[in-house]
Design a protein around this ligand. Structure first.
Ligand SMILES: *[C@@H]1O[C@H](CO)[C@@H](O)[C@H](O)[C@H]1NC(C)=O
Ligand SMILES: *[C@@H]1O[C@H](CO)[C@@H](O)[C@H](O)[C@H]1NC(C)=O
Ligand SMILES: *[C@@H]1O[C@H](CO)[C@@H](O)[C@H](O)[C@H]1NC(C)=O
Ligand SMILES: *[C@@H]1O[C@H](CO)[C@@H](O)[C@H](O)[C@H]1NC(C)=O
Ligand SMILES: *[C@@H]1O[C@H](CO)[C@@H](O)[C@H](O)[C@H]1NC(C)=O
Ligand SMILES: *[C@@H]1O[C@H](CO)[C@@H](O)[C@H](O)[C@H]1NC(C)=O
Length: 613
């Protein structure tokens, strides 16, 4: 994980760092911080690069990385495949070497299309004075832009900060719809910033529906964009989604939400055939996890030292099926002596609080909130942090211990109080989530920030002690629900429009995962100097799932807990998992109870006033 930044300026106006932006960049890359400025011979343009590196692989390679020809690269990415990277090599250097061998744009696009793994980058191509930048196909790394007309400057950055609403320039996420190129000389001559766009395509067709509109809508005010008419483009790293629907479209019988017991659900799952698809998914997912847990700092003496009891890998862990599979697969690939940290976040279940102005209004017509005293009498031992995800997390821990009793599993209980949430949201998280701004962005952004901080307690030999995770890599389960129909809205689509509606919904969701989730998650997790990795969004995993028709991935005529993500549940069984294989989906904001912390009826898509400065 790195923090990268580039300011392209067409005037010689004085530039001053926003201290907060600089600090946020540094948090992402605590191991090396450097700036580098390029000024054109006639001073008509200037680029300031700033890079902050978290040391992951090879020897620490400081950035901005300048090659012998004067090309400059800032790279926030991981090459997990596609281009060879030897264990002792640093991928920044590998990338730079590849790029500097390119002269034509088509060659640069070929190199970028070949990379398997997440990336965001800015590259100054000295020959011709071009500036290239962009994000990978899914948008797994954040990159924002903003154009400031007063100083004629375009800024690109991994992370920003909230700015006052009076500011004329605004941050936006750069659409992960292609890569962009600025002809700096032409821009300086025209005194205007024009971007050339090279979209992601598959067999000559734009992969992102309405790609041009999406990009033009997101262009910073004051910049213009042109699609490359000669058809130069990036080649999509995954095959397109199989849109076929079953031939026999007999009226799909839909299982009413009946209340089957866990063991009924398990029995139902066991009755389903273990198909070739299960073994295939198992293989590609296992390989995706292997690549993500083994691409770690190399040759650090502590890494191979058997007595080191510090984990390198953490999992955002709710005990649900997605995170259980990641933990169980990590177990197969992480050296046996090394612990694995399971990061489990819980927000304190509140006593009804004195409500303030606006909250009171929306609550007026609601019944009194449940009295915590009556809740307590139910079970004497219930702690206010025993939220649903804590309970399933503990059950999941037990399953993992049964699976591998030799492994040291660090179940990190991360308890967050209302006061701490408010403080950290104001001080930090609102800036990281920005420019996203909804109630859902607030809930998930905050929950992930605390989870990824990894500070809580672990229980060892019957006693609890404070603990902070040492993991530099954090695996998250994002992408499983979007691809295998895990959300309740998928059931709604299926009920209303059958397989056709469902497959359309899945196509839409994968297309917008970068703007809905990934940029935000990357900014929030990266703030702790840790790197988020997403095995369900590995190119091979997505390609395989995309190739399957929807009915092999999910069967929504079956009850909740079995039908959605059916293929994944069968894979979990193959891995030896137990009850966690039949847990219904619970979104993080509800499972962690963060959504309960705020009074009133809010919809996830509402603008969140708590995120404002
Ligand atoms: C990188 O920075 C982190 C956090 O400051 C530190 O724990 C780690 O030892 C550093 N690694 C190297 C190789 O300098
Ligand atoms: C990074 O890798 C390149 C090529 O393998 C090597 O020449 C360079 O010295 C490395 N950088 C550092 C700081 O070790
Ligand atoms: C597309 O790219 C090629 C190669 O750089 C260039 O010659 C051509 O002018 C570009 N077309 C547009 C419309 O920018
Ligand atoms: C393990 O982590 C702790 C706390 O983060 C640190 O003090 C200790 O030096 C680490 N041990 C090794 C062997 O890296
Ligand atoms: C965190 O919550 C758990 C209940 O899930 C409780 O056992 C633990 O003592 C709490 N730890 C702290 C430090 O509050
Ligand atoms: C989609 O799935 C169907 C059914 O398995 C298969 O026959 C077809 O070849 C697949 N289409 C693509 C494009 O993979």
């Amino acid at each position: 994980m790195c923090g990268i930044f580039c300011l392209v300026s067409l005037s010689s106006a004085h530039f001053e760092w926003d201290k907060m932006v600089y600090e946020h960049l540094r948090s992402r890359g605590p191991n090396s911080s450097q700036d580098l400025t390029v000024i054109s011979a006639d001073s008509s343009f200037r680029c300031l690069f700033s890079a902050h590196v978290l040391h992951m692989r090879g020897l620490l390679t400081p950035q901005p990385f300048e090659d012998a020809f004067g090309n400059i690269l800032v790279w926030n990415g991981e090459i997990f495949g596609g281009l060879p990277v030897m264990p002792e090599e640093n991928d920044t250097a590998v990338m730079s070497k590849r790029l500097s061998a390119c002269s034509e744009p088509s060659e640069i696009l070929t190199v970028l299309s070949a990379v398997r793994g997440p990336w965001a980058f800015v590259y100054y191509q000295k020959a011709g004075d071009y500036l290239w930048f962009g994000r990978d196909f899914f948008g797994r790394r954040s990159l924002l832009w903003k154009f400031d007309p007063d100083i004629g400057a375009l800024t690109l950055t991994s992370v920003a900060a909230q700015i006052s609403t009076y500011d004329s320039a605004h941050w936006k996420e750069i659409p992960a719809a292609g890569v962009y190129r600025i002809d700096l000389k032409a821009a300086a001559e025209a005194v205007s910033m024009s971007l050339e766009i090279f979209p992601w395509t598959h067999a000559g067709i734009n992969v992102i529906p309405h790609c041009c509109e999406v990009i033009f809508e997101s262009l910073p005010c004051g910049c213009s964009g042109v699609m490359n008419k000669s058809g130069l483009a990036l080649a999509s790293p995954v095959c397109p989604l199989n849109m076929s629907i079953p031939k026999s479209s007999d009226k799909t019988e839909i299982h009413q939400d009946s209340y089957l017991s866990i063991s009924d659900l398990e029995e139902l799952l066991m009755s389903k055939q273990k198909t070739d698809e299960v073994s295939h998914l198992f293989r590609v997912l296992s390989e995706a996890v292997r690549r993500r847990v083994q691409s770690l700092p190399f040759k650090e003496p502590e890494y191979t030292h058997l007595t080191n009891k510090n984990a390198s890998i953490g999992v955002l862990f709710s005990g649900g099926i997605d995170s259980m599979i990641l933990a169980a697969l990590a177990d197969q690939h992480v050296p046996a002596h090394q612990p694995i940290d399971l990061l489990n976040v819980a927000f304190k279940i509140l006593e009804p609080k004195q409500m303030t102005g606006s909250a009171k209004k929306t609550q007026k017509h609601k019944k009194t909130p449940t009295n915590p005293k009556t809740a307590k009498t139910g079970s004497q031992t219930l702690s206010p942090f025993d939220v649903p995800d804590r309970l399933t997390g503990k059950a999941g821990l037990k399953e993992l211990r049964d699976l591998n009793p030799e492994r040291q599993w660090n179940f990190v209980e991360i308890n967050v109080t209302q006061g701490e949430l408010q403080e950290m949201r104001q001080e930090r998280i609102c800036h990281l989530v920005h420019p996203l701004d909804t109630v859902l962005d607030d809930s998930i952004g905050c929950a992930m920030w605390f989870a990824a901080r990894g500070t809580g307690v672990i229980t060892k030999d019957g006693s609890q002690r404070p603990f902070t995770s040492s993991a530099k890599v954090i695996l998250t389960g994002i992408g499983a629900d979007e691809q295998l129909a895990g959300y309740s809205r998928h059931r709604v689509q299926y009920k209303m429009f059958g397989h056709e509606g469902l497959v359309q919904e899945l196509a839409t969701e994968l297309g917008r995962i970068s703007s809905r989730n990934l940029g935000r998650d990357d900014r929030v997790i990266g703030d702790h100097g840790r790197e988020a990795r997403f095995p369900y969004l590995d190119e091979d995993v997505v390609s395989y799932l995309n190739s399957l028709p929807v009915w092999k991935k999910a069967d929504l005529s079956l009850p909740r807990g079995v039908g959605e993500k059916l293929l994944l549940r069968l894979t979990a069984k193959q891995l030896g998992l137990g009850q966690s294989a039949v847990l219904p989906k619970r979104a993080m904001q509800f499972g962690s109870r963060i959504a309960k912390m705020e009074a009133g009826h809010e919809r996830g898509s509402d603008k969140c006033t708590r995120l404002l400065p």
